[in-house]
Design a protein around this ligand. Structure first.
Ligand SMILES: Cc1ncc(C[n+]2csc(CCOP(=O)(O)OP(=O)(O)O)c2C)c(N)n1
Length: 324
């Protein structure tokens, strides 16, 4: 079923949430008020926005260091996210995970990993747990194009296919892995073709087109919920900032960068919604204004929160005996 008008506006809301948070993270880092490694996903917001509207609170996601967009779309409360990024005791992981290790099971965000490729085997484990317990849950395993060359990608697709795990492998192909272009490290044009090697469906879509991502994700999620097993969904996109804050991205060809920015999914989708009479400009402005207010509150909450006590250092390392 195509996305309804209500769903399209919700996708826009999530894209705006991601975009405005990204702007604020960067301005706070530049102002010296936040000190953290930051992997901006600006340009990739459409992917989690269009997928997460198809998920329930019970569904899981796993993601990577470049995963703030995934977490915001899935529903991690901005206040708790900001507090964690700022290393405060009120954060999702009591300020001890920091920007690269955010976990918030209440919204289904089960892990953020800095180990390239590691989001996939963990997703398989979550999918297996749901399958064994007979729970109606699917798992979205997010990763980059570079991660599709890691052994864990191939092992995970194979295992998920053999056991028919309810996992959707979402490759957010932003065309670069750190400072390496896709062509320099990957011999295939479309990563989705690799699905055939494991006997599962694989599709490539324009990751900057919310409707294309929504339609492909809908089918993959339907399959997973029906017990038919995993799929590989490749969403082609572009990251507008360097690999990590401070990387000027000089290896990105200027014409490629200019074309990507001209194709910025956020204003493009906004213009399309207005042109198609899905929403008025005033309605979308109101959404943006509400998000700005929410971000202001989140920043104040985070900055007013205390850092964790030193005594917290040895806590949350091991499960208590008997609860492992
Ligand atoms: C196992 C492992 N190898 C290498 C690294 C160093 N590293 C960090 S990010 C990165 C690039 C990953 O690129 P991609 O998977 O395309 O994701 P993107 O950063 O583009 O979102 C590398 C090689 C790592 N963190 N983990």
């Amino acid at each position: 079923m195509p996305a309804s008008q209500r769903v399209l506006v919700e996708i826009y809301r999530k894209m705006a949430l991601i975009k405005h948070n990204d702007d604020r993270f960067i301005s706070m880092i530049k102002a010296g008020r936040l000190t953290m490694p930051y992997y901006s996903a600006r340009g990739q917001e459409c992917i989690p926005a269009a997928i997460s509207v198809l998920l329930t609170d019970r569904d899981y996601i796993t993601t990577i260091y470049r995963g703030v967009h995934d977490m915001l779309a899935k529903g991690v409360p901005p206040k708790l996210l900001w507090a964690e990024l700022a290393g405060r005791a009120t954060g999702t992981c009591k300020g001890k995970g920091g920007p690269m290790h955010i976990t918030h099971p209440e919204s289904g965000c089960m892990v953020t990993t800095g180990i390239v490729g590691a989001s996939m085997p963990i997703a398989c484990g979550l999918g297996l747990a749901a399958q064994v317990r007979g729970e109606d849950r699917v798992v979205i395993a997010n990763f980059g194009d570079g991660a599709s060359n890691i052994g864990a990608f191939h092992e995970s697709l194979n295992l998920a296919a053999v056991w028919k795990l309810p996992v959707i492998f979402v490759c957010q192909n932003n065309l670069f892995a750190e400072h390496t272009t896709l062509a320099n490290g990957t011999a295939v044009q479309d990563i989705s073709v690799r699905a055939a090697g494991y006997g599962i469906p694989g599709v490539t879509v324009d990751g900057n087109d919310p409707r294309a991502v929504y339609d492909a994700a809908q089918e993959a999620i339907r399959r997973a919920r029906a017990g038919d097993g995993p799929s590989l969904l490749e969403a082609k996109t572009f990251r507008f900032n360097g690999h990590v804050f401070g990387d000027a991205g000089e290896y990105i060809p200027k014409d490629q960068y200019a074309a990507a920015v001209a194709n910025d999914p956020y204003p493009r989708f906004r213009d399309a919604l207005i042109a198609e009479d899905v929403a008025t400009s005033a309605e979308l402005d109101e959404i943006d204004a509400l998000i700005e207010t929410e971000i202001n509150e989140a920043v104040t909450f985070a900055m007013d929160s205390p850092f964790p006590e030193l005594s917290e250092l040895g806590i949350d390392i091991y499960a208590p005996v008997g609860q492992a």
